[in-house]
Design a protein around this ligand. Structure first.
Ligand code: 3HC
Length: 294
């Protein structure tokens, strides 16, 4: 039975994952590389819960109880008694391999390992770690912002135990997500559809089909998307999108996954979207993003 959760990484995704786990009643331990990063992540969670209290969505007691279920650490060893570990560190195979290899030594044999990777193969990661717990190694792909987005992709490999997969799906429902089940193919369900769409928007811009604002408005007002493709690209991060596209292109060798030259140039120039203040829009005034002249 899953009752104790370990989350590795307390950045954008990790803090959101830890927040939803603790809110749902799970004892949650979140691990970061340094005390500074840990404090920053825990502070983000605290602020997010305070907002929920202000909006009347959570009681003040509910917030205190959630924070009491949440523990921070900078030592992976402290996650040894967790039933489920969700890794949400940078999208780098070697970094993830290192973390799981250490955890494999510290954790009990029953602990389920899950990666929040959006593009790496779970099977490759699992084999790189060389773990004996192959039947208990899955993908759990969350969406940004984690406390808001209702979806969770549960990824099974060819050797995942059916009972384990059902257990993680039940966990996903308990933290309030709608779980969709998918096999271990790069991009899973959502990024397989989303990434070519985002890349095509960049190609349309390069071809002069429309401006940044007109293409964004087209998809928002014509198709009911909450964000147009360029606003979403800036939100996800152009570096992240480029990285995912490269991995998908390498896997499938299909043109639709190839990152367009403009995306590469923007990433090289440090225009990574909202987080760097510039992407397809300039966020000098975050409330009033101005489309870039590209
Ligand atoms: N944390 C917590 N809550 C947040 C939040 C955050 N980071 N950002 C927004 N919210 C909450 C707001 O507080 C607000 O709550 P309320 O309804 O109780 O007042 C609610 O979400 C709506 O926010 P806003 O009114 O500020 O703004 P919007 O109505 O424009 O919604 C949005 C913001 C939810 C981000 C919406 O624009 C959206 O759904 N955008 C698309 C996001 C998306 O597609 N995400 C997936 C990206 S792909 C991915 O993550 C996979 C990866 O592998 C690439």
């Amino acid at each position: 039975m899953i009752s104790k959760i370990g989350v590795i990484g307390c950045g954008l995704m990790g803090s959101g994952i830890a927040q939803v786990c603790a809110t749902a009643g799970y004892e949650t331990t979140v691990c970061e590389m340094s005390q500074e990063l840990l404090d920053k992540g825990l502070n983000t969670i605290d602020k997010s819960l305070t907002k929920s209290v202000e909006k009347g969505k959570l009681s003040a007691e509910g917030k205190s109880a959630t924070m009491a279920r949440l523990r921070g650490t900078v030592s992976l060893e402290e996650l040894s008694d967790c039933d489920l570990i969700i890794e949400a560190i940078i999208e780098n195979k070697n970094a993830k391999k290192e973390v799981f290899t250490k955890l494999d030594r510290y954790c009990k044999p029953e602990t389920i390992f899950a990666s929040n990777t959006s593009s790496l193969s779970i099977t490759e990661l699992m084999m790189a770690v060389g773990t004996e717990r192959r039947k208990r190694f899955v993908g759990l792909h969350f969406f940004n912002p984690v406390p808001v987005m209702k979806l969770l992709e549960a990824v099974r490999t060819l050797v995942t135990d059916e009972g384990v997969f059902d257990e993680v799906a039940a966990f996903g429902s308990k933290i309030g997500k709608t779980v969709i089940r998918t096999s271990d193919r790069t991009g899973f369900i959502v990024n397989r559809l989303l990434v070519p769409y985002l890349l095509d928007a960049i190609r349309a811009l390069e071809e002069g089909v429309g401006s940044i604002v007109d293409i964004d408005n087209g998809m928002m007002l014509g198709c009911g998307h909450p964000m147009g493709p360029f606003t979403l690209l800036d939100f996800v991060g152009l570096d992240t999108t480029y990285y995912i596209a490269e991995i998908m292109f390498e896997e499938f060798r299909e043109q639709r996954f190839a990152p367009p030259p403009l995306l590469k140039r923007m990433v090289l120039a440090g225009m990574h979207g909202r987080k760097t203040g510039r992407g397809f829009y300039d966020y000098t005034d975050p409330q009033n993003p101005v489309p870039m002249k590209l």
